[in-house]
Design a protein around this ligand. Structure first.
Ligand SMILES: *Cc1c(COP(=O)(O)O)cnc(C)c1O
Length: 482
């Protein structure tokens, strides 16, 4: 579906759905937001959803279901073992990906846990185009390490490259030579590469990388959590792909991999997860982990109602009208903010709009978490909840020093089919205000710092009274009631 054309104005993205159920939103006064931010230890993960106007933390488990997904839930076959719903889900995934060996899990990181548990040994290396927080944590927990071999150009924030998630084949060759193929547990390619801004990887690059892995006897794994956005970008940006259907492209990609896993909190518009495993023997070896950690083999910790809805959700993922919406709204947001001078990760990717925090608040040292500070400021000034994706999301080096993230950004996620264009315009307006007042934003420091995945539950405090001063400036422009 092309973007809707307009007669007498600049085109804007148009929602290709109508709203049938709504949730009321509240916009707290600024002073109350400051109190809530303090209670939450300046960590947006610890805010209560009811205190948030625009929740752009994540696209995980917060995408809108369609009427067809909701109605499918009524026919869910609730059973502990042998649920017909499970077999329908397996068949749908086999139809889409061509692999019928399905291990169901409760969400994406559970897949990562099980894959790593089975394949990673102390000293193992896992090759990735780029890491994702949980996929890396599971590897390092088991004594393995991750090699991130994305092309250098993918890390340049402002760019017009169509496929910034592409892996560097020369780096892969060098890594195999250095580590030894037998020490490489698997190669994990991430579609819609999350932590560099939801940036896609091309089909051609996936093909070349997986061929290289196979030539060296290395298992290939696709993280398909953000595949829907990546499919849109392959179809619209990659040469020779325009005439192929989304289903055809999906199958071409799937055929390259030994294993495919996904978070159904993103892929399929529901909640859950799954691993598809081509090799029969490997599939049966890994079954044990499901019964031990997730649930019986025909639900894996998922609600059967959600599974029934997911079957429709997977089908909807093959519909260009549906999967084009996220990237088109994100492109609009990124384009507008970029034109206003705000440093954005460009081009716009899937999953959300990403602000280059290292650039925007370049007066805040990395050790005081520029992106963490900016995301706290954005809640104070507008009730918008984004997510820090930078140094705060890293873990410290073994010697206790900070591991400075190569990309320091704030993500404004666009949960799929959730926000309207006027809400998007509001976000653009508040980010621009904050950009014009960026020098008033100060840093943060930890008061409680967990060892693992500290960004989820860590508590921080501002290094000065900058939040009070920033809020005063905000209230001078917008009043004290919003
Ligand atoms: C969200 C995500 C995961 C983890 O999925 P959860 O369901 O949140 O556990 C893994 N990989 C990628 C690329 C993701 O975006």
């Amino acid at each position: 579906m092309p973007e809707i054309r307009f007669y007498n104005r600049e085109p804007v993205p148009v929602e290709m759905h109508k709203v049938k159920i709504v949730q009321k939103l509240t916009l707290l006064p600024g002073k109350e937001r400051l109190a809530k931010m303090r209670e939450a230890g300046f960590n947006t993960f610890l805010l209560h959803n009811g205190d948030i106007f625009m929740d752009m933390l994540t696209d995980s488990g917060v995408n809108a279901m369609s009427d067809n997904m909701q109605s499918a839930m009524l026919r869910a076959d609730d059973a502990y073992a042998g649920s017909e719903t499970f077999y329908r889900m397996r068949d749908k995934l086999e139809e889409i990906f061509g692999i019928g060996n399905l291990l169901p899990t409760h969400q994406g990181r559970a897949c990562e846990h099980i894959i790593a548990q089975h394949l990673v040994r102390p000293g193992s290396c896992v090759i990735m185009n780029y890491h994702f927080t949980t996929s890396k944590a599971h590897v390092t927990r088991l004594g393995g390490h991750v090699e991130e071999l994305v092309k250098d150009e993918g890390l340049i924030p402002k760019s017009d490259l169509p496929f910034k998630g592409n892996i560097d084949l020369d780096k892969v060759k060098a890594c195999i030579a250095k580590e030894g193929a037998e020490n490489i547990a698997y190669m994990r390619l991430e579609a819609g590469t999350n932590l560099i801004g939801g940036q896609p990887i091309s089909y051609e690059n996936m093909k070349a990388a997986t061929e290289l892995a196979k030539a060296n006897g290395i298992l290939t794994v696709l993280d398909a959590s953000l595949l829907q956005d990546n499919l849109y970008f392959i179809k619209t940006r990659e040469e020779g792909m325009q005439d192929k259907s989304i289903a055809e492209i999906t199958r071409m990609i799937a055929d390259l991999f030994d294993m495919i896993y996904f978070s159904a909190r993103k892929f399929g518009f529901g909640r859950g997860g799954g691993i598809l495993i081509r090799d029969e023997k490997l599939f049966h070896e890994m079954e044990d982990y499901i019964t031990m950690f997730e649930g019986f083999l025909t639900y894996g910790g998922m609600s059967v109602k959600e599974m029934e809805a997911l079957i429709i959700g997977f089908e909807e993922t093959m519909d260009m009208d549906i999967i084009s919406q996220g990237p088109q709204f994100i492109a609009h947001c990124v384009k507008e903010l970029d034109a206003l001078g705000v440093p954005m990760i460009t081009p716009g990717g899937g999953l959300g709009a990403h602000i280059d925090a290292r650039q925007m608040v370049d007066h805040i040292p990395s050790e005081q978490y520029p992106a963490g500070s900016l995301v706290a400021a954005l809640y104070l000034c507008g009730g918008i909840r984004g997510m820090e994706r930078g140094t705060l999301s890293e873990e410290r080096n073994p010697d206790g020093s900070e591991r400075i993230a190569s990309v320091e950004m704030v993500r404004l996620a666009f949960p799929r089919r959730v926000f309207t264009l006027s809400q998007t315009e509001y976000v653009i307006d508040r980010v621009k205000w904050l950009y014009d007042h960026r020098h008033m934003i100060g840093g943060l420091r930890f008061v409680h710092e967990p060892k693992t995945l500290r960004f989820f539950t860590g508590r921080l405090e501002p290094v000065s009274d900058w939040p009070e001063r920033l809020l005063a400036a905000y209230e001078a422009d917008f009043g004290t009631d919003q």
